[in-house]
Design a protein around this ligand. Sequence first.
Ligand SMILES: Cc1cc2nc3c(=O)[nH]c(=O)nc-3n(C[C@H](O)[C@H](O)[C@H](O)COP(=O)(O)OP(=O)(O)OC[C@H]3O[C@@H](n4cnc5c(N)ncnc54)[C@H](O)[C@@H]3O)c2cc1C
Length: 377
Amino acid sequence: MAKPAGKEKQLPRNINSADSVPVDDIDFRSGEKDKSVEELLDEHKRLGVRPFTAEVQEFERLDEGRRSDILNSIDQSVDLETDEWMEPDYENADIEVDWEKLKEASDEERRFEKLEEKYTGPAGLFQLSVQPDDDIEWQPGDFFSIKLPETPGLDLQGHQVPEVRRETAEDETVFRAYSIGSSPNDDAIDFYIKRIPDEAVTEQSLTPVLDAKMKEADEITLRGPYSDELSIKETSEKDMVYVSTGTGMAPLKSMIDFSLEEGLDSFEGEERDMYILLGASYEDELPAHQHFQELDEENENIHYIPTVSRESLVSDWDGETDYVQNVLSDYAGDEIDMENAEVYVCGMSTMAQGVRQTVEELGLDTENGSYHEEVFD
Ligand SMILES: Cc1cc2nc3c(=O)[nH]c(=O)nc-3n(C[C@H](O)[C@H](O)[C@H](O)COP(=O)(O)OP(=O)(O)OC[C@H]3O[C@@H](n4cnc5c(N)ncnc54)[C@H](O)[C@@H]3O)c2cc1C
């Protein structure tokens, strides 16, 4: 059901206020790791950014159950004596698979390489929801930096965190930027965080520590909010197109949720269409996938278009599988009037470059204020 077209609202007070600190002077992309504690404190004092604490409300790994899906998928396609390559009972899905044997025994070597990568790798997402101890205002599109937990003696045993990380787990200078995935109208702050591969972890890495350590009721320290390229614009008649891969969806989700809550998806009584294109390798790597599916079902003007390149290896996925920019290109023309759209892009720079080129080819002037892009790398 479409929402009744409501009266347009002015942007709420905090949206145009200066609560968020512009990040021009802070190099989050280097993780601030080259700066001393004193330099960081001076910099943040100058910018008026004070740390605050928050309590973890929820910590959820979004790829739970996928190992079973992979085992099922192998089981259906390979005619091997089960005990040649794995234990028959895979309820816990904590099973050593003899991938080399599988590859040798089948003519689908490439397929098994991809499945091995998914089965053995950490390339999943986790969602972290925290409740700030004070009233903290932020704008949709903002991000916070999270500090390494101060808990002494972090117990990272049992997790795939290299020794080097354990030795430096209490380094207080480690802050990392994470985009806010929830609306400022929510009490909790949600983050969608991508796990990094073990081989990429360094002495300064924060994500594996959050992944290994976080549980409900823990306290974490954050700083911000900071604003970069993404923010909600004044309403217009234009349709809105949100394009991202992986965790790049977080700030866009905050903007989408807030726009819907505040009635910014209508203009002079007319609904504005919102196209949400989200890409990843597997379905469980699409942040807030179920939330967007529900929005799509409940609102005629919302069109959620997920695209996952490898999901069909493990399930009967029959949706889009191409790069987001190619999917966007397919929808443009018939469905999306690209010359008259407002486009928001977030994620890795290679994806953003591809999207920019595509929308320009489709007739959007990316220099006239209709195109907004933020990259994480
Ligand atoms: C404005 C902004 C917003 C951001 N928002 C988010 C967000 O919402 N969610 C999120 O997950 N991240 C986000 N990031 C990235 C985040 O800040 C960290 O850079 C990232 O989590 C890695 O930090 P780390 O400390 O774990 O690893 P680092 O020690 O910083 O990196 C270790 C090594 O891993 C590599 N690496 C980092 N990430 C990956 C990866 N995914 N796959 C493979 N190699 C990798 C790095 O290049 C480096 O070589 C954002 C970054 C910026 C600048």
